[in-house]
Every structure is written in C-alpha cells, then in structure tokens.
Design a protein around this ligand. Sequence first.
Ligand SMILES: [Zn+2]
Length: 153
Amino acid sequence: MRFDHGSVGCAVVAAGVVSIDRPRPAAVGDAAEFWAWMRVGEFRLQRCDACGRFRHPPQPSCTSCGSHARSWQSSDGLGEVWTTTTIHPPVLAAFADRVPYRAIVVRLDEGLFVVTNPVDDVDLPIGTRVELVLDPIDADLVLPFARASTSKK
Ligand SMILES: [Zn+2]
C-alpha cells in the first residue's frame, strides 16, 4: 500500500523492512507528540514560537533562546544525505536478520538531522537529494525512511 500525503508532501509506503518485535522509539515527553503526528501520517517538526528555530529531537525548550513556547510545523521531509554507513554484526538480536544494512543521516532542508534507513536498503551516497517516506509498521508506529528525490532545495 502506498499513498501520498498531499498536505505535507511526505509519501507513506509499506516498505516492509521493519518487524514489530524490534525496539521501538521512546515516545515520551515532547517526543510523544512527534510520534503521534507520525502515527497519523504527518511528518512535523517542533519549532520555537519565539525565535523560529526548528529542533529535533523534540525538547521542552529552545537551545537557541530558551523559550518554552513551541508548535509543530509540517515538513516536506526533503533534504540530502549527510553521511552513510553500513551496519554489520554484532548488533542487537532483533536486528540480526537484517545485517548488513545501511543507515544514513539526512540533513533536512530545515537544517535538522534525522537518522534513518534507505527504502529497500538502496545505496544513497553522501549528497544525494532525498525525501522521507513514512512507513506504517503497525497501528502504533510509523517510521521515516529515505529515498532518492528529484526535488530541488
Ligand atoms: Zn527559540
């Protein structure tokens, strides 16, 4: 199943690369709201209402100005591969059936960094323009993955 999320520009795909028995993100504190947006298929970033800086991972106050005023802004999930690596054993038992697999850091156009994996474990060299796609793992978890994009910054 695949559908586009017109309002935010992120696509949702069922890549089938994660099983439900793997460790899950800790959806606590401000991160709980990030994961709640992900569950409804929206990739949103926390933004300071006082100075306008984006921040990720979510946190209760701005590291730039110290304000606690914050809101959530939709993101197209566009950026470029900042760095990449291939994961080899030893790994947690839950990931043993996946190795080797690629992990990448995407620098979003908003200036934030997101650690993720390429869709279908495709090689995405440093500097590749990418878009995040949201993969509903189950009813409670949607994860972002990256794929090559023809978008311009
Ligand atoms: Zn601020």
